[in-house]
Design a protein around this ligand. Structure first.
Ligand SMILES: [Zn+2]
Length: 248
């Protein structure tokens, strides 16, 4: 295991006009989530904040004189780890009170403690997964279905899309079709068996997504997808659940 140079923890790629994707290539793929940074006219937007193993804020190029709005799509460890680093933080109304404490039982941070090969490179010589903690990050604003996150030149509608977690929200630019999906949907293995997952709710979310007119979907994990691919992923999930329900 080679030593890591500070600053090398995050991978970065430009994905859509004005959108940068940050990832954490050295964390276990189970918790390797996408972080999205988008420049707006009056404000910039960060969607999710990774594990918080290394500071995220120094990696984000701020626009002079513009606020950075930071939205957590749900309160799972791989999305809220660095949330406390950003003052203008927003998250789901449903779990808003829990951002004050960031209990392991809610974020599932404890799952990371016992993960084999939690990281493939050590962020610091004496780093240990067992010491991993997520600092509290009380929300400046709680978001629910129908709310708008306004960047000046574009507005994102908040969608409440439960199933993976009860509090999962997503951001949809109705004018442009850009969709930040969080863990509601992404191109990869969807997780619906956590203690707070709900498969019935997830099926309703997938039904809703079948009709959402997106141009590009940027999910909490995996590669970006278009509307056809999103419908495929949603349909495949619904078929799988149907087969399971009708199994003898
Ligand atoms: Zn999650």
């Amino acid at each position: 295991m080679g030593d890591l140079v500070v600053g090398d923890w995050f991978g970065k790629a430009i994905v859509d006009t004005g959108v940068t994707m940050l990832t954490e290539p050295f964390v276990h793929d189970f918790v390797r989530a996408n972080i999205w940074h988008l420049k707006g006219r009056d404000a910039d937007l960060l969607v999710d904040t990774g594990m918080g193993i290394c500071p995220l804020a120094p990696e984000i190029v701020m626009s002079a004189g513009k606020p950075l709005i930071v939205v957590a799509t749900h309160i799972h460890l791989d999305h809220v780890g660095s949330l406390h680093e950003f003052p203008l933080r927003m998250g789901p109304k449903m779990s808003a009170a829990q951002f004050d404490a960031m209990d392991d039982a809610v974020t599932y941070a404890h799952m990371f403690h016992n993960l084999d090969a939690a990281v493939s490179k050590l962020p610091a010589p004496d780093w240990r997964a067992a010491d991993y903690r997520i600092p509290p990050a009380p929300l400046a604003r709680a978001l629910e279905e129908g709310d708008v996150v306004d960047l000046g030149d574009r507005k994102f509608r908040v969608l409440h899309l439960p199933g993976h977690s009860p509090d999962s929200i997503a951001l949809f630019d109705e004018a442009d079709g850009l969709f930040f999906a969080g863990d509601a949907i992404y191109d990869g293995m969807l997780i619906d068996d956590l203690p707070d997952s709900n498969r019935t709710a997830y099926c309703r979310t997938m039904q809703r997504l079948l009709d959402l007119p997106i141009r590009i979907g940027l999910g909490g994990h995996g590669a970006s997808f278009d509307d056809a691919r999103m419908r495929e992923i949603a349909s495949a999930y619904l078929r799988r659940r149907e087969r399971f329900m009708s199994a003898p």
